[in-house]
Design a protein around this ligand. Structure first.
Ligand code: HEM
Length: 180
């Protein structure tokens, strides 16, 4: 169980202005994105793959070679995450999984699920930077199924808030001595 409560989450939601309208907008986004998951993952994969300093975190620690099997297995979980972000209730089970995702980027648990010998940790600075590309690139996919630009905006902002909220949750293991 995560050391993060529903009360912590509720306060964080308020801090990022996430409310029931965002829940509704994300539900609609889930319907639109569902049929485009592979294209979204291709785009993100291409983004990471085109930057050696980012693909480094999917590389074998000793040889420095990118581990395509590791990438493929993470890609599958990433696809599930897109759906979860849009449709799962943000309850204690969800918080617990958020905590787990944070650990899996941190040295506490990175590489464990896939039994790989990759680099030890995704640095916090890149976790934070990624909020922008993960958000900016989703817009074109939302536009494909939306009925109006207003609807695109609502879904886009719901997504942006949720990704920000999640990265804030994932930062837990990075902040020590009670600083989180
Ligand atoms: C907004 C920021 C980010 C999002 C939304 C995100 C999303 C995800 C998701 C959904 C997973 C799979 C979680 C699971 O196991 O269910 C994952 C794993 C992973 N991500 Fe990220 N990520 C972000 C930042 C980064 C950055 C900056 C890097 C480094 C370039 C990175 C590298 C990885 C790696 C290596 C794994 C596999 C960890 C393991 O060994 O289990 N991520 N990410």
């Amino acid at each position: 169980m995560a050391p993060i409560s529903i009360d912590d989450l509720e306060k964080m939601k308020k801090a990022v202005l996430f409310d029931d309208n965002d829940v509704k907008a994300l539900k609609r986004a889930g319907e639109i994105l569902e049929g485009q998951i592979e294209e979204i993952l291709d785009l993100w994969h291409g983004f990471v793959g085109s930057h050696p300093h980012l693909v480094h975190y999917f590389a074998d620690k000793k040889s420095g070679q990118s581990d395509s099997e590791y990438l493929a297995r993470v890609r599958k979980r990433f696809g599930q995450w897109i759906k979860d972000t849009c449709t799962r209730p943000y309850d204690q089970d969800w918080i617990n999984y958020q905590y787990e995702i944070g650990l899996r980027h941190h040295r506490s648990k990175k590489n464990k699920v896939d039994s790989v010998d990759s680099v030890d940790i995704v640095p916090l600075r890149y976790m934070i930077c990624f909020i922008y590309p993960i958000t900016a690139t989703i817009r074109q996919f939302l536009e494909k199924g939306a009925e109006s630009s207003e609807e695109v905006d609502q879904m886009f902002h719901g997504w942006f808030k949720s990704v920000t909220l999640q990265v804030a949750l994932w930062s837990y293991p990075y902040a020590t001595q009670g600083d989180w």
